[in-house]
Design a protein around this ligand. Structure first.
Ligand code: E4P
Length: 214
């Protein structure tokens, strides 16, 4: 399973990258706004040290505008993946960008049928938002299971990128289903590492070691 960091905070991305556990990055307009920095500048900095896919979202809502923005974003670096919202116009843009060998990540997916359409349009990644479904009382992980079945049934190459991850159980469940990628905030990556019994066990080993002669 690939791990992407879901942030535009370059400091966090550097830290995750240096841990050797991060395979890519996803950003969205809200995450970029939090940095207070220029979008292009943030993307260039990320791509200067991280050699994996970096999703950058368009803000147009008409196919023509999205394609134009997508082409510009793709020029920034070969690792940029153009993130497109799951709209009719968005899927038209995905088809065009795919024909131009520009990779796409179709975002704001909340149903299996939407995911089916994105795969048919040729999306490189589909981003189902499981946390936002959980937030409104729907089991987000059921969507991942259904998309996995549908994509396997027809041999679609589109990768399932589990998005809107809130906690480690989301990662565990997505991994059991066999999702291709999980994109997570830095704090979730950090939580995956931790277990109180590891800390207690280490303390005991180190205390006992002090009793060993020599
Ligand atoms: C990633 O591609 C998505 O934009 C992100 O995971 C959304 O997460 P949120 O629901 O926590 O905003």
């Amino acid at each position: 399973m690939k791990f992407f960091l879901d942030t535009a905070d370059v400091k966090e991305i550097r830290e995750g990258w240096n841990m050797g556990l991060v395979d890519g990055v996803t950003t969205n307009p809200s995450l970029v706004a939090k940095t207070g920095r220029k979008f292009k500048e943030v993307l260039e900095e990320i791509c200067s040290f991280l050699s994996g896919p970096v999703s950058a979202e368009v803000v147009g809502i008409e196919a023509e505008g999205m394609v134009k923005e997508g082409r510009e974003l793709a020029k920034i670096h070969k690792n940029i993946v153009v993130k497109i919202p799951l709209l009719k116009e968005g899927l038209k843009a995905v088809r065009i960008l795919t024909q131009e060998n520009i990779r796409t990540n179709v975002t704001l997916c909340f149903s299996s049928n939407q995911a089916l359409l994105a795969a048919k349009a040729g999306a490189t990644y589909i981003s189902p938002f499981i946390g936002r479904l959980d937030d409104q009382g729907q089991v987000g992980m059921d969507l991942i299971r259904d998309i996995k079945t549908i994509y396997s049934n027809y041999g679609f190459k589109t990768e399932i990128l589990v998005a809107s991850i809130r906690h480690p159980i989301h990662i565990l469940e997505a991994a059991k289903i066999g999702a291709d990628v999980a994109t997570m905030p830095f704090e979730v990556l950090d939580k995956l590492l931790k277990h109180p019994l590891t800390d207690i066990g280490l303390k005991k080993f180190l205390d006992d070691w002090k009793k060993v002669p020599g």
